[in-house]
Design a protein around this ligand. Structure first.
Ligand code: FBP
Ligand code: MG
Ligand code: MG
Length: 350
């Protein structure tokens, strides 16, 4: 849990103070301001709902083979356009684009790489449930003349900033620049983000888990074991009753966990064994893991720390276990013990 701030300040003033304290440089500060401005525009588009002609399918597909919603495309265009002229970026990469998009030669170029999931929780757009934008910032490797996808393939530990904007009953920007995780609420009358939670902390222990249970039959053995113990409640080996929540917008599920704790899980499953998971490492798992770790939580792929994964592809997928530290440790230990037993024993049973 996190206390509300005594004297709310704007995002701009917060960033100026961080700059004075030597925690952010002018270019990164500008980049965060530009992303925040773009999120305000997306918030307006999302808020129009059925009146704005923004609901429904775009009639196109993305590189992931997923049908795009109109708002996926709108949010992607808003982020690209807002960042093109800033002078702080070398290139953008998006869940919705096949390859990265370098800043054109005619435009001022900077030294950062921006990655985003422009609209997270797309399946919730048409039913008026919270959705969001997730972003991650990396440094462009030195001496790169024309940025290529390979320049983005850096582990999550290299992120210099990460955040999300949640378009819910209120619009909130949650941000880390590597010195804690902070939440800003959009004052719609003033048009500015105001710091409302400084240094968010994820409680270490929890009694709440978030998972799409309809995939249960497709999970591997350690996942089955872990969730069976949660469901057994007070009478089971965990000795306590667990509650379940699943919004199906990662942004909204993670926001709840940052606010009151819990564990969020999207494991590998056998529905499509060629995919390493559903969620994307670069646009979803890495930025969320940095935010969660900066708030005292933990994030693994069930075996190891997500932020240390060396990416091989821009659109790489990964299993995700993140949230309250002690609970992520239990889930991860369950997988590791299973792996160890498999190595020692005669045959795999999953
Ligand atoms: O449909 P499911 O299996 O519940 O999956 C929900 C998950 O998929 C996502 O919607 C994927 O994100 P996108 O909407 O950006 O593709 C996550 O936000 C969410 O956690
Ligand atoms: Mg997403
Ligand atoms: Mg998306």
């Amino acid at each position: 849990m996190t206390d509300a701030v005594a004297e709310p300040i704007s995002l701009t003033r917060f960033l100026i103070e961080e700059k004075r304290a030597g925690r952010i440089n002018p270019d990164l500060r500008l980049l965060v301001e530009v992303v925040a401005r773009a999120c305000k525009r997306i918030s307006v588009a999302v808020g129009k709902g059925a009146l704005g002609g923004v609901l429904g399918d775009a009639g196109t597909g993305n590189v992931q083979g997923e049908a795009q919603k109109k708002l996926d495309v709108i949010a992607n265009d808003v982020l690209l356009e807002a960042n093109a002229w800033g002078g702080h970026l070398a290139a953008c990469a998006s869940e919705e684009m096949d390859h990265c998009q370098p800043i054109p030669d005619a435009y001022p170029r900077g030294n950062y790489l921006l990655l985003f999931d422009p609209l997270d929780g797309s399946s919730n757009i048409d039913v008026n449930v919270g959705v969001g934008t997730i972003f991650s910032v990396l440094r462009c490797p030195e001496g790169v003349a024309t940025v290529a996808d390979a320049d983005f393939l850096q582990p999550g530990t290299s992120q210099v900033a990460a955040g999300y904007c949640i378009y819910g009953p209120s619009t909130m920007l949650v941000l880390t620049i590597g010195h804690g995780t902070h939440a800003f609420t959009l004052d719609r009358e003033q048009g500015s983000f105001v710091l409302t939670q400084k240094d968010m902390r994820v409680p270490e222990e929890t009694k709440e888990f978030a998972i799409n249970m309809s995939n249960q039959r497709h999970w591997e053995a350690p996942m089955q074991d872990y969730v069976r113990d949660l469901l057994a409640g007070r009478e089971g080996p965990r000795g306590k009753d667990f509650n379940m929540r699943w919004i199906a917008s990662m942004v909204a599920d993670v926001h709840r966990i940052l606010t009151r704790g819990g564990i969020f899980i999207y494991p590998w499953d056998r529905k499509d064994p060629t995919k390493a998971g559903k969620l994307r490492l670069m646009y979803e798992a890495n930025p969320m893991s940095m935010l969660i770790e900066q708030a005292g939580g933990a994030a693994t792929d069930g075996r190891g720390r997500i932020l240390e994964i060396a990416p091989a592809q821009l659109h790489q997928r990964v299993p995700v276990f993140l949230g309250s530290k002690a609970e992520v440790a239990v889930a991860t230990a369950c997988h590791r013990e299973h792996d160890a037993a498999q190595t020692a024993g005669p045959a795999r049973n999953n």
